[in-house]
Design a protein around this ligand. Structure first.
Ligand SMILES: C[S@@+](CC[C@H](N)C(=O)[O-])C[C@H]1O[C@@H](n2cnc3c(N)ncnc32)[C@H](O)[C@@H]1O
Length: 234
């Protein structure tokens, strides 16, 4: 059994979506916001890459609203891909949905018309792994294509970080999370989240080949940014 604090192939992955709905302010809204933004930028029947497909919530949300979208979801967790497959089947939106057990790097195909990456990059250390994730996404997008990134983030040295973190912890309680679960979740956060500031996110996006970055959302320590792969494709 894996000892990872966020073990998506174990019990954490099995209970992930219930937890996400509790602790991420605006979790469900975040997918509708991405849908609304992408709808305005995409033509008919686009190919959309969903990196870190998780339980399949993004894919089902997008596909239900936009049956013409062709969606490829990747996730390195066998359990999460299985949950996503089940979710997609249950929702009856299999047509044009391709789920791959692996990372964006494992895809042979490229030239996607859009990509999303929600709640993934904060698990990766800023030792080249975050940058590699963003590059692997940029490399699979057609030049000029939009990319939506949604991330837990923050500059731990900044004066407001403590206030926001404390507020976020209170939010879990307000959402009904008991004390024992809060303590356990806090320990996971301390061990497994690799915090970076918004400025660093912007730097990583630029270095990966994304431009015209706009922040469209903030809720406590979560943020959403839309950008596009540079039109030169570099
Ligand atoms: C917190 S879940 C987010 C799932 C979904 N995007 C959401 O917001 O509900 C993170 C997911 O990212 C996956 N993941 C971890 N590292 C990844 C990587 N390098 N590339 C793609 N997915 C990754 C995990 O297996 C997990 O399913």
């Amino acid at each position: 059994m894996s000892q990872e604090p966020f073990d998506f192939d174990g019990a954490y992955g099995g209970g992930y979506e219930r937890l996400a709905r509790t602790v991420i302010p605006g979790y469900l809204t975040s997918f509708h916001q991405a849908l609304a933004l992408l709808r305005g930028r995409l033509g008919p029947n686009p190919r959309v890459l969903v990196v870190g497909a998780g339980t399949g919530i993004e894919i089902v949300t997008f596909k239900t609203a936009e049956p013409g979208w062709r969606l490829t979801g990747v996730d390195p967790s066998a359990q999460m891909i299985e949950i996503a497959r089940h979710r997609v089947r249950e929702a009856g939106v299999n047509d044009g949905v391709h789920l791959v057990h692996g990372r964006a790097d494992d895809l042979d195909e490229g030239g996607f018309d859009a990509a999303t990456c929600f709640n993934v990059m904060h698990f990766l250390p800023d030792d080249g792994a975050k940058q590699a994730l963003l590059r692997s996404i940029a490399e699979r997008l057609a030049p000029g294509s939009p990319f939506v990134l949604f991330e837990l983030h923050g500059d731990r040295a900044a004066s407001h970080f403590g206030e926001y973190f404390a507020a976020w912890s209170r939010y879990w309680e307000i959402q009904g999370m008991g004390e024992a679960e809060r303590t356990e979740f806090r320990a996971k956060i301390d061990e497994g989240i690799h915090w970076i500031s918004e400025a660093r996110i912007l730097e990583l996006l630029a270095a990966a080949g994304f431009e015209d970055v706009q922040r469209y959302f903030r809720s406590l320590l979560y943020g959403g940014w839309i950008s596009r792969r540079s039109s030169s494709g570099k």
